[in-house]
Each structure stands twice: as structure tokens, then as C-alpha cells.
Design a protein around this ligand. Structure first.
Ligand code: TRP
Length: 323
């Protein structure tokens, strides 16, 4: 059974782009192997400096995943910082990681290009990520396209350690690239992204969700006239939630004219609201008994720590530490 591992940074509430791009595929993997998912709170510290926010975002991320179908009986779900072994392995990998390899990594390069001060943590971010992946002997790492480079760095570091200290010490992981978020339009027609401020979060109040959807930017084609379905974010989003038949019907109505954008938006709202109804009910249940989340994460961390501990002592021994 392949071991599948991925981490998600707790930085703000999850939106529809995250849901289709990352959450749903990740939850799907729990049927295909030994899946481990963690809340990447150590990584989040490179950008989040408000402890209350980090704690709140970590908790809501955990609740969202459980509400959307992550099954703790099938997958191991934990907080990255509950497995401190990963930071020790980070050091052991760091001494083998060429500066030049990290200087090529995009998060650090972007910070430099924008003239922002980069911390050592941001520079070393890919080494911590390599440690996350290698410490669990992961086979497959589902990530967005932007993280592929980090999995390649992980392989480079593992190859180097294996060459120096023993061929079978670390398993080489393969990335599995998640669907491209560019296909999920935001409120303004650009791809849905927190940095564009055009997101629709997963568990909004009914009124707030309706208001957001009614605020989707459209052109000013009058009700009677045919509308262009190609570039429409209403239709682009509707497609994700509706049946192929309902999608085809909306598309035909766009082309025919006679239905206004307001009506299409109401239909979209209905589809989104209904899609998340079961998850919303589960979320409410979990919120009534938050101890569930603590227990899931505690058990997850226990298993993760035992796997991590084995890899760490194997590598420590190989490198000449301990007795
Ligand atoms: N860097 C990843 C992101 O920003 C999160 C992450 C941290 C991760 N460690 C990981 C993803 C290990 C996959 C495997 O999305």
C-alpha cells in the first residue's frame, strides 16, 4: 500500500478553490493508500506572527477537513508541530543541502525579487518540507504545481544523504500534481486566490454566501440578450457543483438570452449551498463537541511520531550520532 503524505498550511479559511484543488483530491487518496495529512503550522510561522490566529486557523482547518470527509479511521491526521522529530531531521538534512539549491527555490526568490526581508526560516522552508516528506517514508506527495519544485529538492537531498550514508536510508518520493486551480474562477473572473481577494469560503453564513455570489462581476448584457458562456465565472463555478445536464441547460440559456445574470447567480447559490449541506451538518456536530478534533489529532500525532522516530534514529545512527 503506497504511503501518501501532504501538508496544508493553516493561513486563513479554506475556499472553494482549495476545496476542489486540494481538499477533495486529498480526501480521495485516503481510499488508495496509507494517507497522512498534517496541518503545517511550523511552515505557517514563516508568515503568521499572531499566535491566536495561528491557533484558530489550525483548528478551523482541522474541523473543515473532518467535516468534508477526512476519515480518521482511514487517514492519519495530525499537527506538524506535534512531531518535533521533524525539526531534528531538518537539521540533519540541512548540513547536506547546498545553499545554491535553496537559492533557486521560488518562495525565497520571490521574497528577494519583491525586496522583502527573507528570514532564515523562509530560506530553509524547503528543507523542513523535505524532512516532512522523508521522515514518513512517503511514496506519493499530492501537491499543487507550485510545490513540485520542493518535492524535487526533497529527492535531491535524499539522494545525497543516501549516497553519503547508505543506499536505502531514505525513500525517494514522487509528486502527484493536483488539478490546476486556474480552472476555478473567483468573484472577479481571475483564478480564485486569497491574494486576489476574490474567494468564496466554504462555510459561510447563508446570507454572506448569497451576498458574495450575487456580487460576482458580470458585463452589462441586458436580460433579453444572449450572453457569452465562455468567460463566465458564474457558469465556471456552476459547472463544479451542478450535474452535466443542469450545466448544459444553463449554458443553453446563456446563449439563448431571456434569463438575467441575477437568476443565474441565484441558481449558482442554490447549488453551492446544497453541495455543502452534509458537510455543514457534520461541521456543526463537530463544533458542538470540539474534543473530537483534539482526540483525532492526538491519535494522529501518536502514530506519526512513532513512524518519524524510527526514521530519525535510523538517520542519526547512520550519520554517527548516539551510540
Ligand atoms: N509547502 C506546502 C504548501 O505551501 C505545505 C507543506 C509543508 C507540504 N510540508 C509539506 C506539502 C509536505 C506536501 C508535503 O502548500
Amino acid at each position: 500500500m503506497p504511503r501518501i503524505l501532504s501538508g496544508i498550511k493553516p493561513t486563513g479559511r479554506l475556499h472553494i478553490g482549495n476545496y476542489f484543488g486540494m481538499m477533495r483530491p486529498a480526501i480521495g487518496w485516503q481510499e488508495k493508500g496509507d494517507a497522512l495529512y498534517f496541518i503545517a503550522d511550523y511552515h505557517a510561522l514563516t508568515t503568521v506572527t499572531d499566535p491566536a490566529k495561528l491557533r484558530a486557523d489550525s483548528l478551523s482547518l482541522a474541523i473543515d477537513f473532518l467535516a468534508c470527509g477526512l476519515d480518521p479511521a482511514k487517514a492519519t491526521f495530525f499537527r506538524q508541530s506535534d512531531v518535533p522529530e521533524v525539526t531534528e531531521l531538518t537539521w540533519l538534512l540541512s548540513v547536506l543541502t547546498p545553499m545554491a539549491l535553496l537559492e533557486r527555490c521560488h518562495a525565497y526568490k520571490d521574497a528577494l525579487a519583491r525586496g522583502l526581508p527573507a528570514s532564515h526560516g523562509l530560506f530553509a522552508y524547503p528543507v523542513l518540507m523535505a524532512s516532512d516528506i522523508l521522515i514518513y517514508d512517503s511514496d506519493i506527495v499530492p501537491v499543487g504545481r507550485d510545490q513540485k519544485q520542493h518535492v524535487e529538492v526533497t529527492r535531491d537531498i535524499a539522494i545525497k544523504l543516501n549516497e553519503l550514508y547508505g543506499a536505502d536510508l531514505l525513500k525517494l518520493p514522487e509528486p502527484s500534481i493536483l488539478p490546476d486551480l486556474a480552472t476555478i474562477p473567483g468573484l472577479d473572473g481571475q483564478k480564485m486566490s486569497k491574494s486576489y481577494g476574490n474567494t468564496i469560503e466554504l462555510f459561510l453564513e447563508e446570507k454572506t454566501l448569497k451576498k458574495k455570489i450575487m456580487g460576482i462581476v458580470t458585463d452589462s448584457t441586458p436580460v433579453e440578450s444572449p450572453k457569452n458562456p465562455e468567460q463566465s465565472s458564474i457558469l465556471g463555478l456552476y459547472r463544479l457543483f451542478a450535474t452535466p445536464e443542469d450545466t448544459a441547460r444553463m449554458e443553453a440559456e446563456f446563449r439563448a438570452g431571456g434569463v438575467g445574470y441575477g437568476d443565474f447567480k441565484k441558481r449558482l447559490f442554490g447549488a453551492v449551498w446544497e453541495h455543502f449541506a452534509p458537510a455543514r451538518a457534520r461541521r456543526a456536530e463537530i463544533e458542538r463537541d470540539p474534543a473530537i478534533v483534539g482526540e483525532v489529532l492526538r491519535r494522529g500525532a501518536e502514530r506519526a511520531r512513532s513512524l518519524a522516530g524510527e526514521t530519525l534514529s535510523r538517520v542519526r545512527r547512520a550519520m554517527g550520532l548516539g551510540r
